[in-house]
Design a protein around this ligand. Structure first.
Ligand code: UDP
Length: 309
């Protein structure tokens, strides 16, 4: 049985990854300091035979007994309001946390997969974004704590690959949504769905013409897994190339929840990217992966889950 360690395993993507790997027959060790993750996301796994949860902060030296085949480094606050609440922790987990997780991978001779992000590209000057685009990031803006930590994390991962010959993978994850997102995590989909279900006005930031491309969680997890077991050691974009404006997204949520509440606008956050869309040619060709669920279907599943919460 292969053993995988998932940092941030009690988070949104991390917990779905725990489920998936257990289903594929891996033993899973989940580390999380629970500042933005929650044991609610893994409650159904606690006490299961091949699952271990360790409440731990990966910015501290990590000690794990026994062999490890994979380390999937997913620990990090991941929403713009979380970066504002936890700017130092965000920087530390992307830098010190990545260094510790890489050190552990080297010790155990494990394959390392970094959860990187489309934020690497900042407010991009090219659309869609291909892996060879270097990005347009403001290092000192409020989002800089996340963007720069992840850029450092990619640089550190490549240094371990080149210098220590560590076997590494880098997933550049674009906007992902689905069950287990926190209602109040501040991101567009949980915010709009929560507002629609509780009869509050939908808050579109700016004029809503900024675009994003949203990938449903089950598609994302399959992509991450395909990358994990692939031979591709350069960064790979994972996301849904179906681009939509935030205003259209708000309208779609209203339509699917059959609510007639208002869309109100509030100021656009600093450095909010104007466009974002992944070029997924590399993932399509090399991983034989592309998202299957439409935004319409994924949103219906998400609304269903939020309405039962
Ligand atoms: N957004 C919005 N209303 C909200 C939350 C977000 O209009 O209540 C906008 C936000 O300004 C951004 C887009 O939706 O342009 C996506 O934001 P999110 O926080 O989901 O992700 P990110 O900006 O990291 O892509």
């Amino acid at each position: 049985m292969e053993r995988a360690l998932i940092t941030g395993g009690a988070g949104f993507i991390g917990s779905h990854l725990c489920d998936f790997l257990l289903g594929e027959g891996y033993e899973v060790i989940c580390l999380d300091n629970l500042i933005t993750g929650s044991t609610d996301n893994i409650a159904h796994l606690l006490g299961k035979k091949h699952f271990t949860f360790i409440h731990y902060d990966v910015t501290k030296y990590i000690f794990i007994q026994g062999p490890l085949d994979y380390i999937l480094h997913f620990a990090s606050p991941a929403s713009p309001i979380d970066y504002l609440h936890y700017p130092i922790q965000t920087l530390k987990v992307g830098s010190l946390g990545t260094h510790n997780a890489l050190g552990l991978a080297k010790n155990k001779n494990a394959r390392f997969l970094l959860a990187s992000t489309s934020e690497i590209y900042g407010d991009p000057k090219v659309n869609p974004q291909r892996e060879d685009y270097w990005g347009n990031v403001n290092p000192i803006g409020p989002r800089g704590v996340y963007d720069e930590a992840k850029r450092f994390a990619e640089a550190m991962t490549m240094a371990y690959q080149r210098y220590h010959k560590l076997d590494t993978r880098i997933a550049r994850i674009f906007n992902t949504y689905g069950p287990r997102m926190r209602k109040k995590d501040g991101r567009a989909i949980p915010a709009f769905v929560d507002q629609a279900l509780s009869g509050e006005d939908l808050t579109v930031f700016g004029d809503g013409s900024q675009t994003r491309s949203f990938c449903y969680i089950s598609d994302m997890i399959k992509g991450i897994y395909k990358l994990m077991v692939s031979k591709i050691s350069t960064p790979v974009n994972l996301g849904n190339p179906d681009e939509i404006s935030i205003k259209e997204l708000a309208e779609l949520v209203l339509k699917l929840t059959k609510t007639k509440i208002k869309i109100i606008t509030s100021p656009l956050p600093t450095d909010d990217p104007k466009v974002r869309r992944p070029d997924i040619k590399l993932a399509k060709e090399k991983l034989k992966w592309e998202p299957e669920l439409t935004l319409h279907d994924g949103l219906k599943l998400t609304i269903d889950w939020f309405s039962k919460k």
